[in-house]
Each structure stands twice: as C-alpha cells, then as structure tokens.
Design a binder for this molecule. Structure first.
Ligand code: CAA
Length: 307
C-alpha cells in the first residue's frame, strides 16, 4: 500500500461524489494512499453508513494484521464526509463522480463541478457505461474529463480502466494514469469510448451464457458458479458476482448500455428484471440468486426459470 509521501504532487486533494459501495471504497483507496479526501453525498445517512462500513472494514484489516491501527486511523482521519458539494469542490484537484448510473444526474453533477471546482481540477466519472464525452460536454473543460472506472470491491480489485473521449488531452491521460499507479492500482487505458469498456464486456459474455444455461434448465446457479470457480479459476461464479455487484446495478448498467447501443440484446435479461422488481438485489438486500439471511449451508439454490 503506498504511503502518504507517494500521493501524487499536484493532485493531493481528492473529491469523491457519491458515498455508495463504489464511492466510499474509492475514497478510502485514495485516503490510504495519502490523499486528503472529501466524500460527498446528498444525504447525511448515506455518509454515516459509508463511514461506518469503512471503519468496520479498516478494523477487520487491522485485526487480520494487514495494517497497523495507526495507519488505518490516519487514513480515516484524512477522509472527510459532507453533503455540501460547493465546499467540497472548491479545493479539489481531482474529482471522481460515483453517483447513480443516470445520465441526467451525472450531467447535473458535472455542470455543478465545473462551476465549483478550481480550473485546474480534473473531473472523472466512475461510470462503466456512460462515456465521459456525455458529461464533458456540459463543462468548459472537456479536455480535463475522462472515465476512471474502479471495480467492486474497490479496496481489493487492482484494475482501474481509464477511458479517454475525443477531447481528453494527453496531459490529462498521463496525469490520471500516473495517479492510478500511485494509489497502488493497475491502470488499463482505452483509446476510445465503448459501452462496458473492457472488463464489463468480458464479464457480460460470461453472465449472459450463465443466464441462458440456467434458463434452459441445464444446470443450477450453484453448479454454474462452481464450474466457473473450479474449472476456470474465477474467484467467484457469475451468479455470486451479480449478487456482489447488485441486481439493481446490473439492471441499470444493462439499461444504460441499451440506451447507448439501441441493441435489444443489451436490455436486462428478463430474470434480472424480475428479480429487480421483486427487490431481490443481491447481498445488499439479503437475497439475490442466493439467500444471505440464512446460514451458508441453507442457501437457496435456483434451477430453471422459477424465481
Ligand atoms: N469490500 C472490501 N474488501 C473486501 C470485500 C468487500 N466487499 N470482500 C472481501 N474483501 C477483502 C477481504 O477483507 C480480504 O482482505 P484481506 O486479503 O486483507 O484479508 C480479501 O478481500 C479477500 O476476501 P475473502 O478472503 O473474504 O474472500 P475471497 O478470497 O473470496 O475474496 C473477493 C473476495 C475479493 C470479492 C473475490 O471473491 C473476488 O475477487 N471476486 C470477484 C470480484 C469481481 O469480479 N469484481 C468485479 C465486479 S464488476 C465491477 O465492479 C464493474 C462494474 O462496473 C459493475
């Protein structure tokens, strides 16, 4: 883990907009790398939940002997939470937006950030489906806008996709690539925008095949997940991964991808939509493809199309 001295000169102050699962862990990644971080969200309750989860996560890391209590405390002390976007943006060198995957919301945030953040600040979006050109166009600094896409759980996953849009300057790309390296992540550069970028496109192929095998009654969710883990060496099976990412997030990503491509095969799979509408959102709601409310051995297994 990089220490405070490694935080990239000139990008010391980081603002993360959106305190959900992604935004909160992204904020912690930067704080652990020595940056002063402000985590902004529209609700105090969302910020309190994020702070509690991060504190628990840091406590667990310390308990496992992976980090000293002092390092964890210093990093948490570098992380400030606020609902005030104006105050948060006014001193930011680097902003990463991790709000809901809805274009209108993101454009509103970027217009505000452009107005409130210092002229030198780079504005990035964590979106995996919306190319940054769509938010860059509401700013007066399109050259300083790009996608910087982390993976769930952001504290653990090494990869960060950096995606330039036609107007992103080379200086912005170089600065962001270096920034990603200094926070201990592995940047992957995409030379142009494409919905889903690289990793989600790869994951999508596996997920769609898993859903069609389940739909056809060929194998259960658990057996498909077991095959992915024990035959292919994946850390999680596709159904476990959908539960981790969130069925709602899967649904929103599919809808945003369809809005981009107009390709009906990009729409949420009917089983995913049905689960979303039934509130079976995965780990976050206690039930998804698996049941997280009952002991591990009693998890509900699904076969066929019955939900
Ligand atoms: N948040 C933060 N840290 C977590 C975590 C979480 N939700 N879950 C596990 N961890 C940490 C653990 O604390 C542990 O840390 P230490 O090594 O310091 O002990 C480490 O991860 C390993 O955890 P476990 O031993 O409990 O379990 P595991 O070995 O099965 O790993 C996992 C868990 C890291 C999630 C692993 O299963 C994995 O890599 N799964 C695949 C995740 C993946 O594919 N993510 C990409 C999703 S797609 C996406 O995010 C893009 C998008 O746009 C939707």
């Amino acid at each position: 883990m990089p220490g405070p001295e490694t935080s990239q000169r000139g990008l010391a102050r980081v603002l993360v907009v959106g305190a959900g699962a992604m935004g909160s862990q992204i904020a912690m990644v930067f704080a652990l790398a020595g940056h002063d971080v402000i985590l902004q969200d529209i609700t105090e309750s969302g910020l309190a939940t994020a702070r509690n989860q991060l504190e628990e996560r840091m406590d667990a890391t310390v308990a496992k002997g992976r980090m000293t209590a002092g390092t964890a405390r210093q990093a948490l002390n570098r992380l400030t939470c606020t609902t005030d976007l104006g105050e948060a943006a006014s001193s930011a060198d680097f902003v990463i937006e991790a709000a809901t995957e809805k274009l209108a919301i993101k454009q509103h945030i970027f217009a505000e950030l452009d107005r409130l953040a210092p002229p030198h600040a780079i504005l990035a979006t964590n979106s995996s489906t919306l190319g940054s050109s769509k938010v860059a166009k509401v700013t007066r600094r399109p050259g300083q806008v790009c996608n910087v896409h982390f993976f769930n759980p952001a504290l653990v996953m090494k990869c960060v996709e950096v995606v330039r849009h036609p107007e992103t300057t080379q200086a912005t790309v170089d600065t962001v690539m270096e920034l990603v390296r200094t926070i201990g992540k592995q940047p992957v550069l995409l030379s142009r925008e494409i919905p889903g970028f690289v990793a989600n496109r790869l994951m999508g192929v596996l997920r769609d095949e898993a859903l069609s095998l389940l739909d056809a009654g060929i194998a259960s969710t658990e057996d498909i997940d077991t095959a992915a883990k024990t035959a292919l060496g994946h850390p999680m099976g596709p159904f476990e991964l959908m539960d981790l990412v969130g069925i709602d997030v899967n649904c929103m990503i599919a809808e945003a991808t369809y809005a981009e491509t107009g390709n009906p095969t990009d729409l949420p799979h009917p089983m995913i939509r049905e689960m979303y509408e039934a509130g079976r959102l995965g780990r976050k709601s206690g039930k998804g493809w698996y049941d997280y409310e009952t002991p591990q051995d009693d998890r509900i297994h699904k076969t066929g199309t019955t939900l």
